[in-house]
Design a protein around this ligand. Structure first.
Ligand code: PMP
Length: 398
């Protein structure tokens, strides 16, 4: 082996790898995907991205930007045209964002184009939370939240939201301490699809403002709010408070998950710190994708949202009587409970689904301290969804 360069001085990787990296346990989800790797034709209800293609005008805009040579770094905060469109949109939605006169936004607000909402989350958490600080997050909630808080050296404080999955002011209040810096909020939610009511958004925004805590509102699924009877329109808690950091993205709305585009918008003192951190980490969001983002904001995806609404209805119709299921009003997930009489953890249920039925779903403990529910995604073809739902019906009746 000595002919391999440097082989005589092998690194001690146990010493090398940081406790920060080692502290992240990705084994739960990896186990599902390892099992899935052995399947020939899985019924895949595990995917967290839309199944429609990026709309053609957006693809064309990105190709043209590349051909036109827009391939260099952009300014850290993002290209002016995209930021203007975004601030125009926000000023239309949120009265306090409107400038007293002229164009742009009211004083005190800033926007930053990020590398996806993930980029925005990294920067927001790094900018505000460090050792000794606490960050409140929903349980169940998006997998990245806990890990990013831990990476920043801060302490994640999960708040139990079972069984209705609402992260309400009442549930959060007992967890607030003088060390609380941030509350991470996500409506419509991954993994539950639950949409917050306007009252819940208002109470939460007021609670955070009263306690001097920044509310970080992950609005990546804002476009995926359904319009059926019993469904709620999308509300941002930023409608009720100035001290809200909005994170929005293009990944889900325009199926651009691999393109890495999002934005942060909120109080200037926070966004300017995030911009500084972006300068020394991500540098900028991909240049040609920022150009295409302008076209994306002009693209109507309402037809796609109606398709997802119809699929949500199929999921609720098929599983509503067999599983305890909080009706999802948005995103493209449902989070049913494994029937108690089966006497199984969600992990055991998912292993059975994968190995005996070739069905891929995600066990709840990937998102939660509990291992009682599972996430299914209906961002897939209708026939795949129907196959998956009939397997789940069969498993519940077993
Ligand atoms: N937030 C939530 C709730 C998500 O589900 C996801 C993607 N699964 C993200 C953020 C990250 O999205 P992106 O970085 O692609 O914008």
């Amino acid at each position: 082996m000595t002919d391999r360069p440097g082989a005589g001085w092998a690194l001690d990787y146990d010493r090398l790898i940081s406790s920060r990296a080692r502290g992240i346990d990705a084994s739960g989800i990896r186990r599902v995907f390892d099992l899935a790797g052995q399947l020939e034709d899985p019924v895949n209800l595990s995917i967290g991205q839309p199944d429609f293609p990026v709309p053609e005008p957006i693809r064309r805009a990105a190709s043209e930007a590349i051909a036109d040579g827009l391939n260099g770094y952009t300014v850290t905060q993002g290209i002016a045209e995209l930021r203007q469109r975004i601030t125009g949109r926000l000023a239309g939605e949120l009265p306090h964002w409107q400038p007293a006169s002229g164009e742009g936004v009211a004083d005190g607000y800033q926007t930053l184009i990020t590398s996806g909402v993930s980029g925005g989350l990294v920067l927001a958490i790094m900018a505000c939370a460090g050792p000794g600080d606490e960050v409140i997050l929903p349980d169940p909630g998006f997998v990245m939240y806990r890990h990013l808080v831990t990476l920043a050296g801060a302490t994640p404080v999960p708040v139990d939201t079972y069984p209705d999955f609402a992260l309400t002011a009442d549930r959060i209040e007992p967890h607030l301490t003088e060390r609380t810096k941030l509350v991470l909020f996500n409506s419509p939610s991954n993994p539950t699809g639950v949409v917050a009511t306007a009252d819940q958004c208002r109470d939460l925004a007021e609670l955070c403002a009263r306690h001097g805590v920044l509310l970080v509102s992950d609005e990546i699924y804002d476009a995926f709010c359904f319009k059926g009877s019993g469904d709620l329109a999308f509300t941002s808690p930023a409608a009720y408070s100035e001290q809200v950091l909005i994170l929005r993205g293009f990944s889900k709305s325009y199926a651009m998950t691999g393109w890495r585009l999002g934005y942060a918008a909120g109080p200037a003192p926070v966004v300017s710190e995030m911009t500084k951190l972006q300068q020394y980490t991500f540098v900028c969001a991909p240049s040609m994708v920022q150009v295409a983002g302008v076209t994306a904001l002009e693209t109507d995806i309402s037809g796609r949202i109606r398709e997802y609404q119809a699929r949500r209805d199929r999921v609720v119709d098929a599983l509503g009587n067999l599983y305890e299921l909080t009706r999802p009003g948005g995103a493209f997930y449902a989070f049913p409970r494994v029937p108690e009489r089966l006497g199984m953890t969600a992990t055991a249920f998912v292993e059975k689904a994968v190995t005996e039925h070739g069905l891929l779903i995600i066990p709840g403990n990937v998102f939660s301290d509990r291992d009682t529910h599972f996430r299914l995604s209906y961002a897939c073809a209708d026939d795949m969804l129907d196959r998956g739902l009939s397997i789940l019906q069969q498993m519940a009746r077993a």
